[in-house]
Design a protein around this ligand. Structure first.
Ligand SMILES: Nc1ncnc2c1ncn2[C@@H]1O[C@H](COP(=O)(O)OP(=O)(O)OP(=O)(O)O)[C@@H](O)[C@H]1O
Length: 621
């Protein structure tokens, strides 16, 4: 190191002085200063600035941002809040020469922090973003041959619609057929699965006509989401049995996999068995719940796809972004929807599914995209739909009124948690524990869940789980037994060897031999997989779960619990929307007005330049 010194010689000093600094952020900042101070003969003030620049870049990555825009960097301060007082340690807006420092240090081939699109990236994240934008654009703009004279009548036979008006489900099928990559986005119950089951049937039938064999794979980011996709595709296939041939139906798989299982996990490694050197043998890939897929995983998935494979992405762009870095779905499904190009309209016109396609907006260039807007599950007047819409449009007043209104399917809970929880335990969790079979217990588990914004605190997942366990099995607490018959648990880590993954849900069950096991539904074989409880990977009870963990699941009745902490950074309209849309029939909310309105007014922001990279890539049309 040169003769400059670090602002903090040890991590613990840094942690004591600044909020939210991880060990990784500190040690990377230390490494960057050590590497460049000597190389560029930095002055002490420049080395100090570089330390904070690196810290901020890593912190933003840890919060899920792909990058840190320079204009945001310039506004940052570093310090610590204690007893409601903020002690400022470093103010980026007061440091001079930031632009010069950035251009000096963040340009080289070997720099750990990279400057691109007016933002700072950790090198790897920029690589992922550049690589994924290239994969996306190659496929988004590639056109597949379609026998439009066969496709049009086939599509028309699978939908009951009036061809004088635009039906977006029909438009989605026709529009997807000729694209290497397309996105079908929509909220819950807008018919995404209904539509793609028909889309896959049309693809399979057209390929059969052309004497092409077809291998289709269905994937989702989590086991739960894959299981739901399997169930809905199986249901949709049944409804198609009279409309398409048996061979076409057989081409559509009944079961969905997780992305990790499709790619083939190598224990202890980030990369997969299937990659750019060892591609998957697939003709069509459908990815569901894309909002949950992060930037690195999506890039690795695309690396493993053969060039000819048609990709269909499905998801709800209003939901929370992925836990890890990126905002892939929102970046590729940008709103407001700008519509289709003239070329695309000409193609849709040839399909002859509508009398007049001119109503499809023709000024835009989002040809890869279709938004399904009409909910087939909630009627326009239903409380859940109205509440979800008010929340996602940040309408603080209407959403609060809706919670207090007379709608049967929406209610506001008040008082202490202990004043309303026992009733719900009696209604849902006692019958679950008393189910005759584990299959019936899994059915009972789909009826209801409590979703909390946090793990900790009085309204957090851990405290609520404890209250439920106390009510159902006080003896297990007295005897310090971790498990009891009928207790649902969620796995907290991936264990490839056991085939159990973070987010998998099992139920503790006493079998004929009198011993407790944990059973998991296996959607591939439609059976229960049993594990002795002592062998289970890290897990916890799941009467309540975080809203983040509930993504990809649905329940008939959901209770959403928010902390009484109206300025929590955790609370956002996307978080509330995700919880509300997990409910199929009823949503109950436990929150005070200030906290609720703060959350509805707060938007999740994820910094990324994937959208800009896609917009600036040349069109091949
Ligand atoms: N065009 C349609 N005609 C008749 N029923 C439909 C139509 N579209 C969807 N449905 C029905 O509406 C319900 C919701 O559709 P579907 O499950 O496909 O929605 P989704 O968008 O996939 O929902 P989720 O977000 O929960 O996965 C299903 O019962 C489906 O059969």
């Amino acid at each position: 190191m040169s003769n400059v010194s670090l602002p903090f010689s040890q991590y613990r000093h840094c942690k004591d002085a600044l909020d939210d600094v991880s060990a990784i952020a500190y040690f990377l900042a230390k490494e960057v200063v050590a590497k460049y101070a000597l190389k560029y003969q930095l002055q002490q003030n420049e080395a100090t600035t570089l330390f904070y620049v690196t810290l901020a870049t890593v912190q933003h990555f840890e919060q899920g941002h792909s990058c840190l825009p320079i204009n945001i960097l310039k506004t940052l301060t570093f310090g610590r809040v204690q007893d409601d007082t903020y002690t400022l340690v470093y103010d980026m807006s007061k440091c001079g020469g930031l632009d010069k420092l950035v251009s000096l240090v963040c340009q080289g081939e070997d720099s750990l922090i990279v400057h691109d699109y007016d933002a700072l990236y950790l090198r790897k994240n920029r690589q992922f973003e550049v690589e994924l934008s290239e994969y996306f654009s190659q496929r988004m703009y590639s056109r597949l041959p379609v026998d439009v004279s066969a496709a049009g009548p086939l599509i028309a036979s699978l939908f009951d619609y009036d061809n004088q008006h635009i039906d977006w489900q029909v438009a989605a099928v026709a529009n997807t057929l000729n694209k290497g990559l397309s996105v079908i986005a929509g909220g819950p119950g807008t018919g995404k699965t209904y539509t793609v089951a028909r889309l896959l049937a049309v693809i399979a039938a057209l390929r059969e006509n052309a004497n092409l064999s077809t291998t289709i794979s269905l994937v989702a980011p989590t086991g739960k989401a894959a299981q739901r996709l399997s169930e809905s595709i199986a249901g949709a296939k049944k409804s198609l049995s009279k409309q398409v041939t048996r061979t076409v139906l057989q081409t559509i798989p009944e079961t969905a996999n997780t992305i990790h299982r499709l790619l083939g996990v190598i224990p202890g490694k980030h990369h997969f068995k299937n990659d750019s050197e060892n591609k998957l043998a697939l003709d069509v890939l459908l990815v569901d719940e894309v909002s949950m897929v992060d930037l690195p995983l999506m890039t690795r998935l695309f690396r493993a796809l053969p060039e000819h494979c048609q990709v269909i992405l499905l998801g709800d762009a209003d939901q929370l972004p992925s836990v890890a870095v990126g905002n892939v779905l929102a970046d590729i499904a940008q709103r407001p929807f700008s519509g289709y190009s003239q070329d695309n309209l000409a193609y849709l016109d040839q399909c002859k599914v509508f009398d007049d396609v001119s109503a499809l907006i023709k000024t835009g260039n989002q040809n890869h995209l279709t938004f399904l807007q009409k909910s087939r599950r909630f009627d326009g007047e239903g409380g859940i739909g109205v509440l979800a819409k008010a929340v996602i449009s940040s309408d603080t007043e209407q959403s609060w009124q809706c919670l207090q209104g007379q709608q049967q399917d929406v209610s506001l809970l008040s008082g202490e948690i202990t004043s309303w929880l026992p009733k719900l335990i009696n209604r849902y969790y006692k019958p679950l524990a008393q189910s005759d079979t584990i299959e019936a217990a899994f059915e009972a588990l789909k009826q209801f869940s409590i979703l909390s914004a946090t793990n900790e605190g009085e309204t957090g997942v851990n405290a609520i789980n404890q209250l439920v366990i106390q009510a159902l099995s006080p003896a297990s607490i007295d005897n310090q037994q971790p498990y009891f018959h009928g207790m649902p648990v969620m796995i907290q880590e991936n264990n490839q060897a056991l085939g159990l993954f973070n987010g998998d849900i099992g139920i503790i069950w006493q079998r004929e031999n009198g011993k407790l096991y944990c059973g998991f539904e296996d959607s591939l074989t439609n059976t229960i997989k049993w594990y002795v409880t002592a062998k289970l990977p890290q897990n916890k009870p799941v009467y309540a779960m975080t809203i983040h963990k509930s993504q990809g699941s649905e329940f008939n009745h959901v209770v959403m619990v928010l902390p009484n902490n109206n300025d929590s950074k955790l609370l956002s309209r996307e978080l509330l929307y995700t919880a509300i849309t997990r409910a199929k029939q009823q949503i109950s909310v436990y929150a005070d007005q200030t906290t609720w309105q703060h959350a509805v007014g707060n938007r999740v922001v994820r910094y990324s330049n994937l959208d800009k990279r896609l917009a600036t890539l040349p069109l091949n049309e």
